[in-house]
Each structure stands twice: as structure tokens, then as C-alpha cells.
Design a protein. Structure first.
Length: 114
């Protein structure tokens, strides 16, 4: 899994890095359904509102099935915005995995004609 993280009006810190690493580990466990060589890319953009104490986190997860999962979240704390964004991605990924597994089952259950 390739990961890109960008910041706007915010500097990278050890705290944010720890929150991101924790969430990346969770996401890696969820994408084990896909093959090891499948290209999966996650892009995270974290932004602080320069006028208020408000943070935005925009996440994109590019799956090998040409599907893009997007989550936009905001919160008063950077870690909350990041966690909410990853939770939204996880929910979408679970739905997508369920659809994908259902399609795989249908393909396997079709009788073969000889």
C-alpha cells in the first residue's frame, strides 16, 4: 500500500505521525482481501483552518478495482479529524469488500459446462 500525506497550514508532528501510523495499520488489516501485488494507494490531506481552531481531513483510497473511496471529515482536533476520516473509509471499504466477495462467490458457484 502506497501512502501520500500532505499538510496545509499545519506542520508535521510526532503526535500526528503516530495517529496516522495507527490508522494505516488498521487499514492494512482491512485490505488483506486483495492480492499482495495489487496497487492500492491512500492519499491523506490534513488542513488547519487558519482563522479558527478547526481541522479538515480529506482521504482518498484508490482500490485495484478502479474504485475510489473518499472521506471528508472536520473536527476541533487534528487526531479526531484523522480518526473520523479513517473510520469513514473503513466503513466504505467493508461495504466494497462485501460486494466484491459476493461477486466472487457468484462466479465460483456458476456451473461449468462440459
Amino acid at each position: 500500500m502506497r501512502a501520500d500525506v500532505s499538510f496545509k497550514y499545519l506542520k508535521k508532528s510526532a503526535f500526528i505521525n503516530n495517529v496516522l501510523e495507527h490508522n494505516f495499520k488498521k487499514m492494512k488489516r482491512r485490505i488483506q482481501t486483495f492480492r499482495q501485488n495489487d496497487p492500492i494507494h491512500i492519499s491523506i490531506h490534513i488542513e488547519k483552518n487558519p482563522h479558527k481552531n478547526q481541522f479538515f481531513c480529506r482521504s482518498h483510497l484508490y482500490l485495484p478495482t478502479s474504485k475510489v473511496l473518499v472521506a471528508d471529515e472536520k473536527a476541533r482536533d487534528s487526531s479526531l479529524a484523522i480518526n473520523k476520516s479513517f473510520s469513514a473509509l473503513a466503513r466504505q471499504l467493508d461495504k466494497e469488500k462485501h460486494k466484491w466477495k459476493g461477486q466472487r462467490r457468484k462466479v465460483k458457484q456458476e456451473p461449468e459446462f462440459e
